[in-house]
Design a protein around this ligand. Structure first.
Ligand SMILES: NC(=O)c1ccc[n+]([C@@H]2O[C@H](COP(=O)([O-])OP(=O)(O)OC[C@H]3O[C@@H](n4cnc5c(N)ncnc54)[C@H](OP(=O)(O)O)[C@@H]3O)[C@@H](O)[C@H]2O)c1
Length: 304
């Protein structure tokens, strides 16, 4: 569920008359995905993370307004703020934001992350986005405030969400923004798979009892990397979550999860081949790998 949102304009006391941020949003509330980057975790706390805790990367003008509104809507939640310098840390502490420096290390991921730091004070803006994505648990949402600069229009013409973007390669400024947007969009990654296809159809003329073997994209990537690191030759390995499900079981879980607006009606087929139930315990043992998403059921937030 990727959507593009427009942020409300901040009040006119800000240094600029109106903030026209183009916000690319990855709504990951549909699934507790677990973005599997392992580096750059920065939330400076040993307390347990609350379900509404928020990390603001760049708690400047916009970020502080967000913090204030978030605190009102979620009393008692923790709000972390990550900055480029320590210059404003005491101000942040006074308004209830727990400050830390970009790049400092901790051990917790948070369910909500907003990245609203501007691009001009870093050499690697997309890299900063990647680090922020690694701090996101995948449960709530991860929002990035970009800029209307990315729209390919410089003649006072009308523009909307769907207007074309500046092609990559034309301007370093827009390249950086578009690359950063892509980091965010890729960090969601939850909206692919057979269940999404079947859901879009409503009902499907296929037999319900065919068994499917699933693996989360992130886990497929981590397994591929783990195998490559071993530098093995002429070997075959298998990636799957070891929890095979029938088409019907998959869609029952999708309906039960409450995470999708649409409801799947059913499979209507009665014939055709059946599938197979895969198990990859040998691969797991030899490579020393386990999936971060142990089953599709848990991925949807249901108990197994
Ligand atoms: N202002 C505009 O006219 C305008 C227009 C279009 C889009 N936008 C976008 O809207 C968003 C919010 O803008 P704003 O005016 O609220 O920003 P701002 O007030 O200038 O916020 C700056 C904040 O970001 C921190 N920061 C800067 N670079 C950082 C980095 N690389 N990593 C982590 N923290 C960093 C700063 O830390 P320190 O405390 O250390 O300084 C400060 O907390 C930004 O994404 C901006 O690009 C703004």
């Amino acid at each position: 569920m990727a959507s593009t949102y427009q942020l409300p304009h901040p009040p006119p006391l800000t240094a600029y008359p109106s903030l026209a941020s183009r916000c690319r949003v990855r709504m990951a509330s549909a699934a507790p995905l677990g973005v599997s980057h392992d580096t750059g975790v920065t939330v400076p706390t040993s307390d347990s993370v609350g379900q509404n805790d928020l990390l603001i990367v760049g708690p400047g003008v916009l970020g502080r307004i967000v913090a204030d509104k978030w605190q009102q809507e979620h009393p008692g939640c923790k709000i972390f703020g990550q900055t480029a310098t320590t210059d404003h840390h005491s101000e942040l502490t006074k308004i209830g934001i727990i400050p830390s420096l970009k790049g400092s290390r901790g051990c917790q991921k948070v369910p909500y992350v907003i990245f609203c730091a501007p691009p001009y004070r870093t050499d690697d803006y997309p890299g900063d986005l990647r680090v922020a994505a690694s701090n996101w648990s995948g449960e709530g949402s991860f929002l990035f405030t970009s800029s209307t600069a990315v729209y390919d229009c410089n003649d006072n013409g009308l523009c909307s969400e769907d207007s074309p973007c500046v092609p990559i390669g034309r301007s370093p400024r827009t390249d950086v923004l578009l690359e950063a947007e892509n980091v965010v969009l890729e960090a969601g990654g939850s909206d692919q798979g057979p269940h999404i296809f079947w859901l879009s159809k409503g009902s499907v003329d296929a037999r319900p009892d065919l068994i499917i073997n699933l693996i989360h994209y992130e886990d497929a990537a981590s397994l591929a990397i783990a195998i490559m690191k071993r530098r093995l030759r002429s070997r075959v390995f298998l990636g799957c979550d070891d929890q095979p499900l029938s088409r019907q079981q998959i869609m029952d879980r999708v309906n039960r999860s409450g995470k999708f607006d649409a409801k799947f009606q059913g499979f209507t087929g009665t014939d055709g081949p059946l599938g197979k139930r895969m198990n990859n315990s040998k691969t797991r043992a030899e490579i020393g790998w386990q999936p971060k998403n142990p089953s599709f059921t848990e991925f949807l937030g249901l108990s197994n």
